[in-house]
Write a protein that binds this ligand. Structure first.
Ligand SMILES: Nc1nc2c(c(=O)[nH]1)N[C@H]1C(S)=C(S)[C@@H](COP(=O)(O)OP(=O)(O)OC[C@H]3O[C@@H](n4cnc5c(=O)[nH]c(N)nc54)[C@H](O)[C@@H]3O)O[C@H]1N2
Ligand SMILES: Nc1nc2c(c(=O)[nH]1)N[C@H]1C(S)=C(S)[C@@H](COP(=O)(O)OP(=O)(O)OC[C@H]3O[C@@H](n4cnc5c(=O)[nH]c(N)nc54)[C@H](O)[C@@H]3O)O[C@H]1N2
Ligand code: SF4
Ligand SMILES: [Mo]
Length: 746
């Protein structure tokens, strides 16, 4: 058979690399970087190549599974839907809408079918909505919402033009970048240094990124907000605050200056572990750089003061005049789906949280979600409103969410659980029905979320490499049928009609939006113009055409549409980031809010910890290049070689605790314990140990043959579900107090 070459955007991480895929029949023969890709220019990492193995993985689900006499066995779609109707229907009937929870995992943000998740949530009509966001970036979404008026109005470093990058709690050389879509971060950072710029990393570990930096400062986990406040303090004290053109667009400067007063470099030195001179140096370098950006990522989010730290990152960008200027921290302008390009420019309704609260702990809703840290207690705490049913879509919370032991036990008690996934894993093995999702080669791709965070404005669509396999369904169709069952329409509902209805809603809303390029148009006419496309492709075409570069259905000659993207399979470059203040803002005041009241109110909690004695030993995570959260460990190319799931310990701590390199350790926290091999390294600071998350593939009821042979330990057995960042509800996964002891050889 002849070979064919197709282009596919890699869906695995946030870098959106363009891949060139050689196939023979239905077999993937080779995967390379697409050199003509307008954004990634041929770059790819080892995970992309592993997609070949993923496609052929015999453990990948190819048929629905239904629980019969306690065991999950292959079934037809009819049997599976019948079971969902029975199980889900019973929970909804007997216990009400809120008794069914939804958990959306990370791949939903990397898929066009994620556009259909809101419809599923609406159809269930539940308040119990959970996602990986509250294990990840929710603090940044909260701070961005309060400061700029939109959850995804998150400034990204203008990587290709900056002269000075201060990175806190991110390791883009391993993660390939996050809330900063940038293929080949390594190359871009090398270019930064080659043009005379500087890279400074603040991290409790000497990460891959720190190894490539001009300077690396160790910081005690969870104390970034202290450090960032001290930087603000120095800028103020030394008269280095210079907002430039932002001055007229920012409110609350005096309040920030007042709040920073107690956070002198001397006052935070003890807590953070950085000395006062180093802190002053960081502030001065930042202020002196011609063009600089401060960038914080997961280490600054998944911690006790996650929202404060996320806020202060952007406060510093504003105070140094670097926000919204070339080479600073800028707002991308995405071609599709961005909230900050719709409606009237420069002003909006802002954000409001806490419209309802979680049942047991009373934690506030944030952007319609409850913290994943409360999922277990909402299941296992008796009383009215208790969760009795669960729908998971592309999620593995047993390995991803804190207090995994409790969550695992809770899942086992559910009346009904249905999972949409590609594997029978540590989470889905608790389901009563598992619905298989097609592979990444069997769907079209466009990164609606990630292009809103990209260091260059690009738009790139890739068509499916293969048609959906026999016996499989498109993921968006699965979500629509699940919704039909939940809303009472039943499993026989016409998916095409539901899709029409959904598109009609999207279009109707947009034509009523003042300032929209399609304001006042006739929805029926626009839908007709979308032609024969169905599913997410049709929605995407509408978002593109009614977006900021769109053809506005004939009103803008040469504008972007899905047709246009199809004619440019290597992507369309929409240019470097451009200043967007004030147009990007959606705050009620039309200003950048430097001192939003909820953040100001949380500062007292931070100040109260200035004199707190640090815990003797705390746990942080880490990412490795050849891994992707919990789900790529069943691929031999990625897991072979030295085990990745080890405990990193500083030599002094190892000596003190009696741990030997290569020996086993037992790690305990308030909520759990685990054992794993020790790796002694001076690449981690004293008093801190590190375990990567996403491992612990030792559940005999899952079906992951390769992963089981490289099981590792589940770091989230140690993460404490009681510890959250109160403003965002985000889990605290960094800085968990632990005790470590050697395990004598058996
Ligand atoms: N201790 C600790 N815990 C953490 C983190 C940490 O740093 N430390 N990081 C957190 C972060 S940032 C995140 S994003 C979360 C991730 O948390 P989750 O999203 O819950 O976990 P993933 O490992 O991404 O699981 C993805 C799931 O989707 C399935 N899947 C893959 N592709 C598809 C597909 O195309 N369709 C469908 N339906 N399913 C698919 C996989 O089999 C897997 O079950 O983990 C969080 N947990
Ligand atoms: N190879 C690979 N790539 C991935 C993933 C993966 O699992 N593997 N996951 C993807 C996902 S879902 C996400 S969200 C992104 C995350 O992308 P990144 O945010 O870049 O994540 P990490 O590589 O975990 O880097 C976090 C760094 O924070 C440090 N850190 C921990 N606690 C603290 C602290 O309190 N303060 C400071 N300053 N630093 C701290 C850790 O030592 C670590 O080096 O990566 C994505 N890309
Ligand atoms: S860096 Fe990310 S997007 Fe690029 S090839 Fe690797 S996993 Fe895929
Ligand atoms: Mo994430």
């Amino acid at each position: 058979m002849p070979t064919t070459t197709s282009l596919l955007t890699c869906p695995l991480c946030e870098a959106t690399c363009g891949l060139s895929v050689t196939t023979n029949g239905r077999t993937v023969e080779d995967i390379r970087g697409d050199r003509a890709d307008v954004f990634s220019a041929g770059y790819l990492c080892p995970k992309a190549y592993a997609m070949k193995e993923l496609e052929a993985d015999p453990d990948r689900l190819r048929t629905p599974l239904v629980r019969r006499a306690g065991r999950l066995v292959p079934a037809t779609w009819d049997e599976a839907w019948e079971e969902v109707e029975r199980g889900l229907g019973a929970v909804l009937r007997d216990h009400g809408r809120d008794a069914v929870a939804v958990y959306l995992g990370n791949p939903n943000a990397h898929h066009l079918s994620g556009l259909y998740a809101p419809a599923l949530i609406k159809a269930i009509g539940t308040r119990n909505v959970y996602s990986a966001s509250t294990l990840d970036q929710m603090p940044k979404q909260v701070s961005a919402g309060l400061m700029f008026g939109g959850a995804l109005s998150i400034p990204v470093p203008d990587l290709d033009r900056t002269d000075h990058l201060l990175v806190l709690g991110a390791n883009p050389l391993a993660s390939n970048g996050s809330l900063m879509t940038a293929p080949d971060v390594k190359g871009r950072l090398r270019a930064l240094r080659a043009r005379g710029g500087t890279l400074v990393v603040v991290d409790p570990r000497r990460s891959l990124t720190a190894l490539d930096a001009d300077a690396h400062h160790c910081i005690r986990p969870g104390t970034d907000a202290h450090l960032l406040f001290a930087l603000v303090h120095v800028l103020v004290a030394e008269g280095r605050v210079a907002l430039g053109r932002l001055a007229e667009h920012a409110a609350g400067l005096a309040e920030v200056e007042r709040l920073a007063r107690p956070f002198t470099p001397e006052a935070v030195a003890n807590v953070t572990g950085l000395d006062a001179a180093a802190i002053r140096g960081l502030a001065r370098d930042l202020a002196r750089a011609r063009r600089a950006a401060v960038y914080g990522r997961i280490g600054t989010c998944t911690q006790e003061f996650g929202t404060l730290a996320s806020w202060l990152v952007d406060v510093l960008n504003v105070l140094t005049g670097n926000l919204d200027r070339e080479g600073g921290a800028m707002f991308p302008k995405a071609a599709a789906g961005a909230k900050n390009t719709t409606g009237a420019p420069g002003v909006g309704r802002g954000v409001r949280f806490g419209r309802f609260a979680s049942r047991v702990r009373g934690l506030p809703e944030v952007y319609g979600e409850l913290p994943t840290s409360v999922l277990a207690e909402e299941i296992d705490t008796p009383g009215d409103g208790r969760i009795r049913g669960l729908v998971t879509v592309a999620g593995n919370p047993v390995l991803s969410a804190p207090n995994a032991g409790r969550l695992r036990a809770a899942l086992a008690t559910l009346d009904f659980m249905v999972s949409v996934d590609i594997y029978l894993n540590e989470t889905t093995r608790h389901a009563h029905v598992v619905l298989p999702a097609p592979s990444a080669f069997e769907r079209s791709h466009y990164d609606v979320a990630l292009y809103q965070l990209a260091v260059r404005n690009v738009a790139h669509y890739s068509a499916p490499v293969f048609p959906v396999s026999d016996g499989m369904r498109d993921e968006w169709q699965i979500l629509l049928t699940l919704g039909a069952i939940a809303s009472g329409l039943g499993r026989g509902a016409d998916v095409a009609a539901l899709d029409d209805f959904l598109v009609h809603q999207v279009v109707a809303r947009e034509v009523e939006t003042p300032g929209s390029p399609v304001e006042g148009r006739d929805p029926a006419e626009l839908i007709a113009a979308l032609g024969a496309r169905r599913g997410p492709d049709r929605v995407l075409d509408f978002l593109l055409r009614s977006g900021p570069y769109g053809d506005a259905f004939g009103r803008r000659e040469g504008g972007v549409s899905l047709d246009l993207l199809e004619r440019h399979p290597h992507g369309v470059d929409l240019g470097p980031l451009r200043p967007r203040i004030p147009e990007v803002l959606r705050t009620p005041s039309g200003k950048i809010e430097l001192a939003p009241p909820p953040l100001v109110a949380d500062v007292a909690r931070l100040a109260a910890t200035l004199d707190r004695a640090p815990a003797p030993l705390v746990l942080v995570g880490r990412r490795t290049l050849r891994s992707n959260n919990s789900w790529m460990h069943n691929l031999d190319v990625l897991v072979k070689g030295r085990p990745a799931c080890t405990l990193h310990v500083h030599p002094d701590d190892a000596r003190r605790l009696g741990l030997a390199d290569g020996g086993a350790a037992r790690v305990r926290s308030r909520v759990g314990a685990l054992e794993l091999p020790v790796e002694v390294t001076d690449g981690i600071m004293r008093g801190v140990v590190s375990i990567p998350h996403g491992w612990g593939h030792d559940d005999p009821a899952s079906a992951l043959r390769v992963a089981a042979a490289h099981a590792g330990a589940n770091a989230n057995l140690l993460a404490d579900d009681a510890a959250i960042d109160p403003l965002s509800g985000n889990a605290v996964l960094s800085g968990i107090p632990v005790a470590v002891e050697p395990v004598p050889p058996a």
